[in-house]
Design a protein around this ligand. Sequence first.
Ligand code: PLP
Length: 381
Amino acid sequence: MFPEISAPLPDPHSIEFRLGTPTITPLSTRIWHEVWRKAIEHLPPNMCGSPKGDPRLRAALAEYLGRARGIACQAEDLIITSGATQALDLLARAILTPEDLVGFEEPGYPVARHILAASGARMLPLPVDDDGLCVDQLSQCPRAPLLVHVTPSHQYPLTTRLSVTRRLTLLDWAQTNDSLIIEDDYDSEFRYHAPPLPALASLDTTGHVAYIGTFSKVLTPALRIGYLLVPPPLRESVERLKRFSDYHTSWPTQQALAILLSEGHLDRHIRRMRHHYAHKRQLLKEVFAPITPLAQLRGLDAGLHAYLELRADLDAHRVAQEARGRGILVSTIDICYAGTPDRNGLLLGYGGLSVKDIARGGQILREVIEHLAGEIREDVG
Ligand SMILES: Cc1ncc(COP(=O)(O)O)c(C=O)c1O
């Protein structure tokens, strides 16, 4: 149920708790038109620009990262990419060879796992708990991974946040072993009633963190635009790969984003969206509150999806299948594992659903879970 992987279109009447999907409609079309009118005021240049991206966008982004994530950087430190996906692909191609070892969260983001594994490198699954990646496992590896991919703001898919202690331990480990941490900060803008935690890139003083960000969650993945902050020794090779990949990210989209950022529209949109998603998240919480002994909703502090952990005897696949029969599409957590899953539950992307569909879809899902629990009771009885 990843939007990146093409699947048959669902029935238009079904409700899909699709992962990784935001809502764009609260952005006013008046502002959207105004921004694009300005972006295309002049004809585009008659030649390609820098593979690093438009200087105005990079300058606006450097400022944004400073105020939003506490990351001190300059325009020249950033490379604009066609989404976080391309940023990760460029890094993998710049760094990895088939003999290398890559630490990866288990469960983790499958698309990132595929990209990193495509280099031929060996993937080392690293467990995740309520404090995020179990960083201590790294020091027990016989060989230190060259690279570790991590989602510290909102672990994908479990939705936990990497504790500050673990952030410092991870940085310390990377420095000692001269390894690179890839900080995939895909949806850090959305945090609800939880204090902000410092980005790894903001704590890094020795150049051991590559930071990836994206506009896919704050706006929409349809724009295909993201960014990458890499330590200086890697910049040249990443820039070269970007040039040989697509020269640079589409010029008008970069212009539009530079305007959205520098005129404050994006900050205002993000502030509005925090309330928007907080409301949806609260609704989801209320729907499942009555069945906590059967299913516990986790990871409501941040992001656009939640993890519904099912009681051990309630088979997640069976729940998903019954729900599908009633027009509700959900993902099971096992799709995020490379090995045997040690959890049983569902992933509920709520960012792209209307309030009405969250309430209706959640209610049906709850009924399915209650029904299956009732069947188990009868069997036992
Ligand atoms: C953890 C994580 N990283 C990266 C991405 C990809 O983002 P983009 O659309 O910018 O390629 C996603 C998208 O869902 C994601 O969930």
